[in-house]
Write a protein that binds this ligand. Sequence first.
Ligand SMILES: CC(C)(COP(=O)(O)OP(=O)(O)OC[C@H]1O[C@@H](n2cnc3c(N)ncnc32)[C@H](O)[C@@H]1OP(=O)(O)O)[C@@H](O)C(=O)NCCC(=O)NCCS
Length: 164
Amino acid sequence: MAVLRFVREFSAAKSAHEEPAPASDVAIAPVVMPRDRAAVICLAEEARGGTVSFASKGLLAELESRDGREVSAWLAWRSATLGPRPVGIVMVAETESGLSIPWLLVDPDVRRQGVARTLVTTAVRHARSIGAPRITADTLDSWVESRAFWPAAEFTLVGTIDSE
Ligand SMILES: CC(C)(COP(=O)(O)OP(=O)(O)OC[C@H]1O[C@@H](n2cnc3c(N)ncnc32)[C@H](O)[C@@H]1OP(=O)(O)O)[C@@H](O)C(=O)NCCC(=O)NCCS
């Protein structure tokens, strides 16, 4: 199984605030645990049955920072009749090897509406604001949506990395 690595390099001349905000009707908010635990589980459940299956346990485990791995995350919320509902999540992990996006997930019901683009813009702004020179994202070769998404978000395919 091939894992593809995409990278977005940042130009030192451009500041985080110059990152254009994509048009989208979602509100982006930092994930605060345990407050947002139910929202993350709800999102993972909504995403079940899509082309890629996500277990809420895995998603929750990835949100936890540990020694040598600091995780920041944001949820995308959209207004709904019963109140705001979570429609997407992005995580940024900071380790000694740099910044990466270990998870990006959008509810299958609202895909192709710019939600991931908005979430990744937030992740990129964060990376720039802490002075990172680049951010990476890995995806399985078989994840068709993901392979199409990263180049659209100005990430460049740099190669294939080791996988089990
Ligand atoms: C990949 C994923 C996050 C994209 O979310 P999204 O909200 O639908 O993406 P956006 O609407 O912001 O798409 C931005 C651009 O990416 C490209 N793109 C996204 N999904 C695509 C698809 N299924 N086919 C072709 N291009 C696609 C398009 O260029 C799109 O712009 P356009 O709609 O104006 O043509 C979503 O499909 C998903 O959650 N997939 C399962 C999990 C996953 O693969 N995560 C990423 C790896 S961790």
